[in-house]
Design a protein around this ligand. Structure first.
Ligand code: UDP
Length: 371
């Protein structure tokens, strides 16, 4: 046996583990089926712009330990996410805050906004919100639900809002202040030079083999190491023997435009139900439209994001954490617990709608137990 650990998947979870294990003097092999490291945080330079190949990733956290850890591998810029919602040509500020309420209702003070929300909540008669629709209406009222939440959510998840769990919408803050910062986070930013470089720094000298499909060569690869850290999809690991877990997949239509500024913001969400894409990302604004020397970039790169139900062969992005899939996951989890040599982790391994900081926290915690 050559390695202490085989890490399957070079995304954030795998990279944190590999880094921590190497630091403790363990011998580690990282494999990934893609031709590159960094999983879904992978960025690639196009026209001098770090393009987020698997969708926008904005690092944000309240966890000081995670922030101290990750800033060892990259310097972060001061990017603050302030997406704009476009509802049939009307523009609204996100997350839901006084700018949004003023535009929607003409209210000027927090008291007026709170009253308006309360009125709409009362009219809807929701006491204990039990799904995303009820949760949304009780947080921000029916007008905002209809214009900014309903269409977007149904496009993103391919399901009506009343069939989705309430927790998804609780990710978004609601504020009675003039604050367009999407996240309630103490620390926020984009790693300068791109996420790929950050992950490469984490991996350091660790041996990485790319374009290796673990599940195709499982027996041979397992023989190489004492223990396995598996960050792929948990249902795929077990050959889908209990059925397939639902995921949402995302397709990006990326275009280089011969103009310096397409939409004036990193993210614009199309919240109506007719526009087929959920949002357009203009990547240069994650880094203020500048190259590494601080020069303005003449071109721009945009990605339209289309959401779809995952089927085998697609890239899985979001786990669909509804009741049915939650139950199926716990059955897979019971099988996973019996795999003595293997630890399952990350968004796919644990079937959880993890943000980047939560993935790092969870990986660090596991390292604490394992190493
Ligand atoms: N959401 C919405 N309208 C928006 C943005 C978000 O209704 O303009 C809701 C939607 O239900 C979505 C959830 O908020 O699934 C979480 O959005 P977030 O931006 O956190 O999703 P992610 O960035 O992970 O894709």
């Amino acid at each position: 046996m050559k390695y202490d650990y085989l890490v399957v998947g070079a995304g954030l979870y795998g990279a944190v583990f590999a880094q921590q294990a190497a630091e403790k003097g363990k011998k580690v092999l990282v494999i990934d089926k893609r031709p590159n490291v960094a999983g879904n945080v992978y960025t690639k330079k196009q026209e001098g712009i770090n393009v987020h190949q698997y969708g926008a990733h904005i690092f944000h956290t309240n966890n000081q330990k995670v922030w101290q850890y990750i800033t060892r591998f990259a310097e972060f810029n001061r990017f603050t996410n302030s997406p704009v919602a476009n509802y049939k040509g009307e523009l609204y500020s996100l997350p839901f805050n006084m700018y949004t309420f003023n535009k929607m209702w003409g209210v000027v003070t927090p008291e007026e906004a709170a009253k308006k929300i309360e009125e709409q909540r009362r009219m809807a008669g929701i006491a204990n919100p039990s799904n995303l629709e009820e949760q949304a209406i009780s947080l921000v009222g029916t007008d905002i639900y209809e214009k900014l939440i309903k269409g977007y959510t149904q496009k993103q998840w391919g399901r009506p809002c009343h069939e989705l769990p309430a927790f998804i919408i609780k990710r978004l803050p609601v504020r009675l202040t003039f604050d367009n910062n999407y996240f309630n986070a103490l620390y926020q930013g984009i790693p300068m030079g791109g996420y790929t470089k950050m992950v490469e720094n984490m991996l350091g000298d660790t041996e990485v083999r790319l374009e290796v499909d673990y599940l195709e060569e499982k027996d041979e690869l397992d023989r190489l190491a004492d223990r396995v850290i598996y960050t792929g999809a948990i249902d795929a690991y077990f050959g889908y023997r209990l059925g397939t877990l639902a995921y949402r997949s995302v397709r990006f239509e990326t275009e280089v435009l011969n103009q310096p500024n397409y939409q004036g913001n990193a993210a614009v969400n199309y919240t109506d139900s007719e526009t087929p894409y959920t949002r357009i990302i203009e990547h240069k604004w994650f880094e203020f439209g500048k190259d590494e020397e601080g020069n303005d970039l003449p071109k721009t790169v945009i990605s339209r994001e289309y959401s779809s139900e995952w089927k085998r062969g697609d890239e899985p992005y979001y786990p669909v954490n509804d009741e049915k899939n939650g139950k199926l996951y716990s059955e897979y989890k019971a099988l996973a617990d019996k795999e003595e040599k293997v630890i399952f982790g990350g968004r796919l391994g644990e079937y959880r709608y993890y943000d980047m900081d939560a993935v790092i926290a969870s990986a660090l915690e596991m390292c604490g137990r394992e190493l």
